[in-house]
Design a protein around this ligand. Structure first.
Ligand SMILES: Cc1ncc(COP(=O)(O)O)c(C=O)c1O
Length: 371
């Protein structure tokens, strides 16, 4: 029987279905008694963390008894220098996930709505619902479009009204990997009223080809309602430490900072992120591994005559042409963790993160056996 107080919990929270993370390696080892497991389920960096970040974490252990710098001063300075913005335009989050939630808390609430695409990142509806706001779903491009299942910004525009206060655009998007051209983004921003906040979620920005990568920081100078979010979880390989950031107009950064809890980034995470930013060799190696890995996966999938969505990120979403759940289970039994996309209403799709060359080979061999 439910506790009496539970009935009085916020309706948005009571009806939430929690985010389902990728299966952890240890869980699969425990469940199936497997020793050798690889995880290609959460778009992590297969090369691991930047070595410079690891050394910085070791050094920061001496200060575990002290509260971290609640303003993240040094990291914000470094980001500001790197991105040629002012430090007062940068907001640090416990992962970019926290920034997305802060944006929902600051700009949404009962009677308001967030707008995002069908097949968009799962955190957008969760963050929206948690603050009692409505989600508006813009239908995605059809499967025969050049950018199948990608964001259709004309459909976004058709859904704008006074309720919509926040627009989430993941570029590239997870779980599809699809992206928007720089021109499409610029045209869309020019059409959105300036009192609606547009979030450009660039968690996979660094993986994009130069020709496809928008000059989003340049757009920030033209559009004061634009918020760019990025993360240390992917290209820098620091997913465990939870560091993300937003770049925005200083007035929006000020609002986000008010809503943020005082020590949302721990000191190990801050030290690691500062060091990772300067580890150009690791960033370049990660980009290279991803390009080669995408090529390897695409070639292997083509041999199996499997279709996949276009991707500018560090993963591919494969259309198996039949329910992906049983294939996901069969891969688990071979010690390979991927992500079935039924929870995204894409039941025939399986998402696989680009791994090392050996991991990609193991995935392709296992998939061949399953099929
Ligand atoms: C599109 C997108 N945005 C944001 C995030 C959140 O990442 P983090 O909270 O680790 O920065 C993810 C994580 O997978 C993502 O795919």
């Amino acid at each position: 029987m439910a506790l009496p107080c539970v009935a009085h919990a916020q309706a948005g929270i009571r009806s939430l279905t929690p985010y389902q993370p990728g299966k952890p390696i240890e869980e699969l080892q425990r469940e199936l008694g497997l020793a050798d497991v690889i995880k290609l389920a959460s778009n992590e960096n297969p090369l691991g963390a930047s070595p410079k970040a690891r050394a910085a974490v070791q050094a920061a252990l001496a200060g575990l008894h002290l509260y971290p710098d609640g303003s993240g001063f040094r990291l914000k300075q470094l980001l500001a220098e790197r991105l040629a913005v002012s430090a007062n335009q940068v907001t640090l989050g416990n992962g970019s996930n926290e920034i997305l939630e802060l944006l929902a808390r600051v700009f949404l609430g009962l009677g308001r709505a967030a707008l995002f695409s069908e097949y968009a990142f799962a955190v957008y509806p969760l963050a929206t619902q948690a603050v009692g706001a409505d989600s508006r779903l813009a239908p995605a491009h059809s499967t025969d479009h050049d950018m199948p299942l990608g964001h259709d910004l004309a459909a976004f525009q058709a859904l704008l009204d006074e309720q919509v206060r926040l627009i989430f655009i993941a570029n590239p998007n997870n779980p599809t990997g699809t992206w928007l051209s720089p021109a499409e983004i610029g045209t869309f921003l020019a059409a959105v009223p300036e009192d609606i906040v547009v979030v450009l979620d660039e968690a996979y920005y660094e993986y994009m080809d130069d020709a496809q990568r928008p000059d989003s920081l340049g757009l920030l100078e033209r559009f004061s309602n634009l918020v760019i979010t990025r993360t240390f979880s992917k290209i820098h390989g620091l997913a465990a430490l939870r560091v993300g950031y937003a770049i925005s107009h200083p007035e929006i950064a000020d609002l986000l900072n008010r809503a943020r809890q005082p020590f949302n980034n721990n000191s190990l995470a801050l030290a690691a992120a500062e060091a990772a930013l300067g580890d150009v060799a690791h960033i370049e190696a990660s980009v290279r591994n991803n390009c080669e890995g995408l090529r390897q996966l695409r070639a292997g999938l083509a041999e199996m005559e499997l279709h996949y969505l276009p991707s500018q990120a560090n993963f591919l979403s494969i259309n198996l042409g039949r329910p992906a759940g049983p294939v996901y289970d069969a891969l688990l039994r071979q010690g390979v963790i991927t992500r079935p996309l039924a929870s995204y209403a894409m039941p025939n799709y399986l998402r696989v993160t680009v791994g090392t060359q050996a991991e990609n080979t193991r995935f392709l061999d296992a998939l061949r056996r399953c099929l």
